[in-house]
Design a protein around this ligand. Sequence first.
Ligand SMILES: [Zn+2]
Ligand SMILES: [Zn+2]
Length: 182
Amino acid sequence: MATEITEEKTFCANHPERETSLRCNKCGKYICVKCARRTAIGYRCPECVNQQQQIFETATWSDHLIAAVIAAVLTFLGGLIVPRLSWFVIFLAPMAGGIIAEVIFRVLKKRRGKYLPWAAAGGVVLSGAVLCLIYGVALLLSLLDPEGGWSFRELITLGWTVGYIALCASTLYYRLRGIRIG
Ligand SMILES: [Zn+2]
Ligand SMILES: [Zn+2]
C-alpha cells in the first residue's frame, strides 16, 4: 500500500480556526499547541488525559464515608487506651494510623480516590475532638472535686490525646496517599 501524502490543511478539533499537524497519540484527533497535554508517553488531547485520570478515581462517595467512619471508630477505641500510656503514644499512634490505613485499604478493596486520605484523616480528627471533650470534661470534674488531686494526670492525658490524634491522622493520611500513588 502506498503512503498517502495529502496537502490538506488540518485544524485543531477544539479550535477550528487553528491550523495544526499535531495529533493526540491515543485517539488520533488533531490538537493545537494550547490543547496538547504533554504526558510521559507523548502528546495527548485534554479529553484523553481526563479519561486517564478517571481510572485512578474508583472510590465512590460512600467509600469516603466508610473510610471516615472506620477511621473515627478505630481512632476512638485506640484513644481510650493509648493516651493513658504517656510516651508510648509516640510509637503507638503511628502504628494505629498504619492499622487503620490497612483496614480501610481492605474494606474498600483497593479502590482509590483523590479525597479519600482527607476523608479518613477527617474521621480521625472528628474522633479526636470527641476524645478531647471526654478528657476535658474529666479534667474539669477533677478540678471541681475538692477531694481530687488527679487533675495533673487528666491534663497530661488530654495533652497526649492531642499528640495521638496528630500522629495518627498524619500517618493515616500519608499511608493512604502512598497507596493511591503505588
Ligand atoms: Zn485524545
Ligand atoms: Zn486547540
